[in-house]
Structure formats: structure tokens, C-alpha cells
Design a protein around this ligand. Structure first.
Ligand code: AMP
Length: 189
């Protein structure tokens, strides 16, 4: 079975960009709840339309919606290959539910990578990206949601002994070298 990795970090830390490089190098499934929600929104499914109200305001989509999507996804056989969660979990409740769902499958997370980037840099990176939820007032709300609801995950995974923090500043290549070093060590152990 492949590695099971979670990527945590504020919006703009470079999770999506690094995730794409990592899944290629380590042959993992890329599971991005943001991408799943945007696909549901574009397909105008009931879940997608409900999620859009939160996404366009920079707020987190309710835990029960996210947990249902993820449980369905990890029950599919291809997840044996190993996966990288990008943008999930974003609350301690989501993290607890993920632990339970994996335990029920007889498995667990191998490593949680935290990408650390100072707030001033995040704002500049997000403003340059131009996604629908990258307007200044929505960016501010997304950073607030991160600090209040997602940052407690760092302590949660630190206690679990699987947290690795990585400097996410500098170029994409520099970030990828740091992330790869952590994953290489994890794969060997
Ligand atoms: P992202 O592409 O990861 O930045 O996610 C975009 C938006 O989708 C977020 O601002 C949230 O509104 C929503 N979202 C994505 N993943 C989650 C999650 N795990 N929990 C709650 N909301 C989420």
C-alpha cells in the first residue's frame, strides 16, 4: 500500500502546486476537496450548489458535507495506491472522522506535511492567482477561517507524532526539494 499523506497550510501556501508534483513523483492519488467541490458546483449538483454559498464567501463548507464526500472517495479501491489529501481535513472534526474511517479500513495516515508561509506572502500570491474566491475581502475571510478552524489541526497531528513542518517560501523547486526530502525519509522508514 502506498503512502497516505495530508497537506496542511494556509490558502496560498502552494499546496495545490506542490501536490501536483508530489503525486507524480510518488504515484499517489491527488484528493483535493476544493477541486471536488468546484467540479460539483460546475455540474450544479445539490451538494455543489450548497457548497458554492460557502466557497464564494470564503467560509468552510459544513463538516458533514465534506466528510460524506471523502468517505465515499476513500472507499473506492484505487485509494490502495496511496493518496495525498490537499485541503482536507480543515477542521479537527474532519481529522477525527478521517482517522476513524481509515481505522475502519485497517490503515492510518503516514505523515502530515505543514507548509509554512508568512501571511504577507500569502496575500500577494493569492491576489496574483485570480480565482473567483481570490478577491481581497474573500481572501481575508479565507485566512481567518484558516487561523480559527484549520490551524488547530497542527496541534492535533503534532500530538499524533506525524507532523512535519516545511518552509514553503522561495521558489516552487525549493519547496518541492524540501517536501521531497520529508517524503523520501517517510518512505524509507
Ligand atoms: P481550496 O481549493 O482547498 O482552497 O478550497 C476552496 C474552498 O472550498 C474553501 O475556501 C472552502 O470554502 C471549500 N473547502 C475545500 N475543502 C474544504 C474542507 N475540507 N472543509 C470545508 N470547506 C472546504
Amino acid at each position: 500500500m502506498g503512502m497516505k499523506v495530508v497537506f496542511v497550510g494556509p490558502p496560498g501556501a502552494g499546496k495545490g502546486t506542490q501536490a501536483e508534483l508530489i503525486v507524480k513523483k510518488y504515484n499517489l492519488l491527488h484528493l483535493s476537496t476544493g477541486d471536488m467541490l468546484r467540479a460539483a458546483r460546475d455540474a450544479k449538483t445539490p451538494v455543489g450548489l450548497k457548497a458554492e454559498e460557502y466557497m464564494s464567501a470564503g467560509k468552510l463548507v459544513p463538516d458533514d458535507v465534506i466528510i460524506a464526500i471523502i468517505k465515499e472517495r476513500i472507499s473506492q479501491p484505487d485509494s490502495d495506491r496511496g493518496f495525498l489529501f490537499d485541503g482536507f481535513p480543515r477542521t479537527v472534526v474532519q481529522a477525527e472522522e478521517l482517522d476513524k474511517a481509515l481505522a475502519a479500513q485497517g490503515t492510518k495516515l503516514d505523515v502530515v506535511l505543514e507548509l509554512q508561509v508568512p501571511e504577507e506572502i500569502l496575500f500577494t500570491r493569492l491576489a496574483a492567482r485570480g480565482r473567483a474566491d481570490d478577491k481581497p475581502e474573500v481572501i481575508r475571510q479565507r485566512l481567518v477561517s484558516y487561523r480559527e478552524q484549520t490551524e488547530p489541526l497542527i496541534g492535533y497531528y503534532q500530538k499524533a507524532g506525524i507532523l512535519k513542518s516545511v518552509d514553503g517560501t522561495g521558489t516552487i523547486e525549493e519547496g518541492f526539494a524540501r517536501v521531497s526530502a520529508v517524503l523520501d525519509a517517510c518512505q524509507e522508514s
